[in-house]
Design a protein around this ligand. Sequence first.
Ligand code: GAR
Length: 218
Amino acid sequence: MGNPLKVGVLASGNGSNLQAIIDGRERGELDAEVVCVITNRADAYALVRARNHGIPAIYLNHREFSGREAYDAATVEVLKTHGVELVVLAGFMRIITRVLLDAFPQAVMNIHPALLPAFPGLDAQKQALEHGTKLTGCTVHFVDEGTDTGPIIIQAAVPILADDTVETLSRRIHLQEHRIYPQAIQLFAEGRLTVVGRRVLVTGPHAPEESSLVNPAA
Ligand code: GAR
């Protein structure tokens, strides 16, 4: 096996997806390692998680920059300093600019708690509940200039149950996020993702042709 893919994680909050990636690496399941974590919030628990595992953790305060481009330029500088090859947004609640995208072409991923293109933007779980869909889930996608619009890499479907609240639904979506984000990173590390227009071609096994998730149960 060659050198592990160098991943830089951008997070704003709890960082449970960051933890799932770190744990996947520590279990030997990922040909990728987190080499730095950047947050835009001083109190992001993601900083603590990173430091607990000896990973450089950097807080970049957006108030110290003149605008989004300047903030992203500083972010790129930190990422490049650490030799990052793939940028992973894990609950990073800032709009990113061309400055970051141009520095890492086809190499910025995001996770969103809905089956895109349904329910982009904020409060995706609440949007799905209020709309009354029977299935929602999570999506890992490459980032483009839009909000949650980039080419889709992998999705997991989660049923919405009769007594679900935003909290119970979010908890079950999170469990699936923790499965598919490491999986997407591993696919990238193995060179198995090719972006063709809006589609991401993935080499290797897919879900069985006849498989489906029906809710309420068939
Ligand atoms: C995750 O549910 C992720 O899908 C969501 O933020 C949460 C972060 O959780 N991201 C977005 O809503 C982006 N639009 P975490 O900090 O525990 O990884």
